[in-house]
Design a binder for this molecule. Structure first.
Ligand code: ZN
Length: 300
């Protein structure tokens, strides 16, 4: 992936290894990415018949804030968010033997949608790489070709965003990530290192360019994305998110803003603790410290 490699090493980007918790299957992983919380194992059973996501999440918050969201790809998203997208085209992941049409069905929308300026969030979930894993494993010659195809897709999107920014002068954020990894045998679902380690690359002209940063990427949690996207979009962090703001993303901001972002994350996490850990309130000092001044709970 030469273009992606260039962005990772020299571009305005931050790259990480994001750890996905098992079960490493699509539906619970999309939930983890969008809610910042960890769904139970029951989700494995429901993986083929995903119900609407009722838990607080980034998509629902974004829609409520008037953001126009477009989705193309794995139809699991459409099942989780049936009324959230202003436009969508879901692709079934049922025919694992197909690794061409599943992706063409996403890419065919790109030229058109990238020229439009009537959306705020675009989500693409490609399936081909996963399907090649299932068919012929991670060392298949098909993998290289597919990665090359994905690299061109990323280049197309990035180039288009940069040219749009020349007009709007507002930075975009491009997130490249996997919902789960791939085992040595080509499958996923369990907890081997290859299955839980996923790439997460955040690309934005708001970040500083790097002079050839070849250090090994830091480890974060897959659940950190929800809090980070919420803060980036100016939305409330989902209530049950256990994630941390991915700090390098805001490092270029003034100190006062950085502190504000950390404060938002901390208040949300402490509320979650308060609601879920019975011993949280026990100490009188903890009780008085749990709410920052000016954020008293509204009478309900
Ligand atoms: Zn799969």
């Amino acid at each position: 992936m030469p273009y992606t490699t260039y962005l990772v090493e020299k571009g305005s980007s931050h790259s990480f290894v994001a750890e996905a918790k098992p079960p490493t299957v699509t539906m619970p992983r999309i939930k983890a990415l969008m809610t910042g919380s960890l769904p139970g194992f029951i989700d494995v059973v429901r993986n083929l018949n995903s119900p609407t996501l009722l838990e607080d999440n980034v998509i629902t918050r974004a829609k409520a804030a008037g953001k126009r969201i477009i989705f193309y790809g794995d139809e699991t998203w459409v099942k989780l968010f049936p009324k959230h997208f202003v436009e969508y085209d879901g692709t079934t992941s049922f025919f694992v033997s197909d690794y061409t049409e599943v992706d063409d069905n996403v890419t065919r929308h790109l030229d058109k949608v990238l020229k439009r300026h009537d959306w705020d969030v675009l989500i693409l979930h490609y399936l081909g790489l996963d399907h090649i894993g299932h068919i012929s494993g991670p060392n298949s010659p098909l993998i290289g070709r597919k990665l090359s195809e994905m690299d061109s897709v990323l280049m197309k999107i990035h180039t288009s965003l940069l040219s749009e920014e020349r007009e709007t002068l507002l930075p975009n954020l491009l997130v490249l990530c996997g919902d789960h990894g791939m085992s040595e045998a080509g499958g996923h679902g369990a907890s081997s290192v290859e299955e839980v380690n996923t790439a997460m690359i955040l690309i934005s002209s708001a970040f500083e360019r790097k002079p050839g940063d070849l250090r090994r990427p830091k480890y974060i949690q897959q659940t950190d994305l929800a809090a980070t996207l919420s803060i980036g979009l100016g939305l409330p962090i989902p209530k049950s998110s256990i994630g941390n703001l991915i700090f390098p993303v805001v490092e270029g901001k003034p100190m006062r803003e950085q502190l504000r972002f950390l404060h938002l994350n901390t208040v949300q996490l402490s509320k979650l603790l308060q609601e879920n850990v019975p011993s949280y309130k026990k100490g009188p000092r903890a009780a008085s410290a749990q709410r920052p001044p000016g954020t008293e709970r509204q009478g309900r």
